[in-house]
Design a protein around this ligand. Sequence first.
Ligand code: LIP
Length: 265
Amino acid sequence: MNSLDIARRHAFAQEIARDAGAIARRYFHSGDAMGAMEKGAHDLVTQADLDIDRFLIERLRQEFPEDGILTEESGGDGASRLWVIDPIDGTANFARRIPHFAVSIAFHTEGRTESGVVYNPVLNEMFVARRGFGATCNGQPIRVRPTRGVTDALVDAGYSSKRPLADYVALVGRLLEDGFAFVQNGSAAIGLAHVACGRIDGYCELFLHSWDVLAGLLLVEEAGGWVSDFTARGGLLQGNAVLAGTPAIRQPLRRILPMAGEGYP
Ligand code: LIP
């Protein structure tokens, strides 16, 4: 795919992320649409997720009918030109009216994510990255934090009910024993965007899907951070562990989540 084709998709992703964010914001402020349905333990879906999912699919099929689409709510396949979408990442926060959620849109082709957009519509923060062109928030360049070391590092350690609870407890134990501080904020996309813009120093989770993370991982890479190779070993369609952070804590973080180690670049 040539640069112009990618540029068109990169611009369109930002346009539809903003439009989708307006839908989420209306639901968020109305309050009455928070009727969340449980897909599993702590795994929710709201009417807003479904409406935004449908909206984004319709817009993409109109603009780029030749591209494949993979979303959290509608599934999809591993097309060579693939949009990977989470209509609302951080649905549990959204359903509780906590403004820590995002529309996450990634464009993935020839084995690489070329464009990523993570939009928090309540805070109106549009995080954008195109491979090789850097990362921005609301048009301003962003860089990862100049972490001094583990005792200066704050890591967002996401909890996935798709892995044994004991594994998560052990992961948090390793973080604390090794000197990190941690939070568990409920949105991988926002957590990775916050690594990219220097608000926190790392993100880790034992299991996530590609729609949760591909856009955020590109943000971190383009902002000077490092990431595990999420698509290794079939991660694009099957999911994988996730590790990302600032250069200063790469080695100590790798000790925290070794199972992400095999996919390292
Ligand atoms: C969420 C992730 C988060 C994870 C949650 C949930 P969703 O995605 O962003 O990192 O810990 O369990 O999977 O379901 O809100 O799109």
